[in-house]
Design a protein around this ligand. Structure first.
Ligand SMILES: C[S@@+](CC[C@H](N)C(=O)[O-])C[C@H]1O[C@@H](n2cnc3c(N)ncnc32)[C@H](O)[C@@H]1O
Length: 345
């Protein structure tokens, strides 16, 4: 499979899950052949990650491994294609300015599409904190002859990057489930102000919801149901929704960051807390407090619960067994390891 076939298969809405997996596996094989960077889950490779002031930037091999979070990759690549196509129509006679923050070693969310925008060419800025990833992307751009686009590679922290221009499209996928660990929030807050009026930030919105749920029961459902897309719906019926504890969107992120405050009790800078009341339910002691993540990547392209690694549920540990009637402050903590924290109100 060549790069063009791979892009075609991913964008084809009739492709089966098997065909999509095969296309992404073929993409990895092509990239490994050119760059020598092998994907690796890197669960024990913290040494190669970069601990930045606003979150962890995962190492190049782990970033390469993101390709095989299949549904994530498919939905993001389709979104990027749809966004660029929409903007080509909205801005005729303009070379679109695209910023891809955290491109990793394969520029996965853009590279399989570059052949499709040969007409006008794009002005692309690819940015990553790891020079090794940028060197890898440079090899891929040369191999796949992308010279009809104007592309610059920048090695810096996207949370501090101060571009001298505005962009039509800004793209960043620097997150884990429930926005823990990686700096998606800080990157969105820093870069969204550089979006042109009418421009698109991908992902458009990320929502984290706190629920009472029984994850063991949900696991039984998942094992039984053949189709992942149905799980969220079925499981939702058995959950007790408590609150949306964070909505991350380019419109609001910079303001949320500006209004974040130092909290002496946790010694962290936190976004304004959400107050959550635990209902008195007969089975509350057996339930887990769980964060669920949903992503609107672009318009109809969405990632729901369980559809990919970055929308898996995250159970909160660190509170005594619930009895009902408790009131908590739920805050998103910024810093080198961003995460949610729950304290008695
Ligand atoms: C989760 S990987 C995603 C890789 C690729 N974009 C994809 O979607 O498959 C995140 C990438 O963003 C980079 N990154 C994370 N935080 C960053 C930051 N603050 N500034 C620049 N790059 C960052 C990491 O080095 C890594 O390459």
């Amino acid at each position: 499979m060549n790069l063009n076939d791979i892009g075609h298969s991913i964008l084809d809405e009739t492709s089966t899950p098997e065909a999509l997996r095969a296309a992404l596996d073929a993409f990895v094989e092509l990239c490994v052949g050119v760059t020598g960077i092998q994907p690796d889950v890197s669960f024990d490779a913290w040494a190669d990650d970069s601990m930045l002031p606003s979150g962890v930037a995962i190492n190049p091999k782990a970033a390469a491994h993101c390709v095989v979070d299949y549904q994530r990759s498919v939905v993001f690549i389709r979104s990027v294609y749809a966004a660029i196509t929409t903007m080509e129509a909205d801005y005729p006679d303009t070379n679109l300015q695209v910023l891809y923050a955290g491109c990793g070693p394969y520029a996965t969310l853009l590279l399989p599409l570059l052949d499709r925008f040969t007409g006008r060419g794009l002005n692309i800025t690819l940015l990553d904190i790891h020079q090794r990833s940028l060197d890898s992307v440079a090899l891929l751009l040369e191999r796949f002859e992308c010279s009809h686009h104007s592309i610059q590679l920048i090695n810096c922290d996207a949370c501090n990057y101060r571009p001298t221009q505005q962009f039509h499209l800004i793209l960043s996928e620097t997150m884990q489930k429930s926005l823990e660990q990686e700096p998606q929030f800080a990157i969105t807050a820093n870069l969204a102000p550089y979006l042109m009026t009418g421009g698109v930030f991908i992902p458009q919105c990320i929502e984290v919801e706190l629920c009472l749920a029984n994850l063991a029961n949900e696991k039984v459902l998942i094992d039984r149901l053949p189709k992942l897309a149905h799980i969220g719906l079925k499981a939702t019926k058995q959950r007790h929704r408590l609150a949306t504890v964070l909505t991350l969107s380019p419109e609001r992120a910079a303001y949320q960051l500006l209004t974040a405050q130092y909290q002496a009790r946790t010694d962290k800078i936190e976004l304004a807390p959400t107050i959550v009341d635990i209902p008195i339910l007969p089975n509350v002691a057996a339930m887990d407090l769980v964060f669920f993540t949903r992503i609107c990547v672009f318009k109809q392209y969405k990632l729901e619960d369980y559809e990919c690694e970055i929308t898996l549920p995250l159970k909160y540990y660190g509170l005594p067994t619930l009895s009902g009637g408790e009131r908590f402050d739920v805050s998103y903590q910024l810093g080198s390891y961003p995460k949610f924290n729950i304290e008695p109100h």
